[in-house]
Design a protein around this ligand. Structure first.
Ligand code: FES
Length: 156
């Protein structure tokens, strides 16, 4: 099995010729590893002829990129306009209180990472969230608790 370093180099080599290769490289690494390891920053900078500060700046600018491995399940709550108009902020507050972790954080047991996202294409049925690979609309706080409570149960 390839190590993290080998995967990082493989992704760089696949994408280095692309215009503005840094973003495609970062997306590729996160898709393959689930996050951008801090050790990868120097490798990316060297291979793409950028400074470490430039690479780090892009990673921290785009909230999509994680600097730590995610929890076993990622919950992304939409914070874009249509969902905000339907109570997304209240849902985020509820999720933070229920899980005991803030946005961009993972619960202490490593079970859930909570993230914001900007539009899931479910604008008519907000507030929307993505739990793992599944989309949910009209998520009330009670529905949120139900969904989280069912994590780990076999899918029906
Ligand atoms: S605004 Fe939330 S899904 Fe589009």
């Amino acid at each position: 099995m390839a190590t993290g370093d080998e995967i990082v180099l493989a992704v760089i080599n696949e994408r280095r010729a692309l215009r503005g290769a840094l973003l495609p490289v970062l997306h590729g690494i996160q898709d393959r590893l689930g996050y951008i390891p801090s050790e990868a920053v120097a490798t990316i900078a060297r291979e793409l002829n950028l400074s470490r500060a430039e690479v780090h700046g892009v990673i921290t600018f785009y909230h999509h990129f994680r600097e730590e491995p995610a929890g076993r399940t990622v919950i992304q709550i939409c914070r874009a306009e249509a969902c905000q108009a339907n109570g997304a902020d209240a849902l985020v507050e509820h999720a933070r209180a229920h899980l005991g972790c803030a946005l961009h954080e993972t619960t202490g047991d490593g079970a859930i990472t909570l993230e914001p996202v900007f539009c899931l294409g479910q604008c008519a049925v907000g507030p929307a969230l993505m739990l793992g690979e599944r989309l949910y609309g009209r998520v009330t706080p009670a529905r949120f608790d139900e969904l989280v409570g069912r994590l780990g149960e076999p899918l029906a």
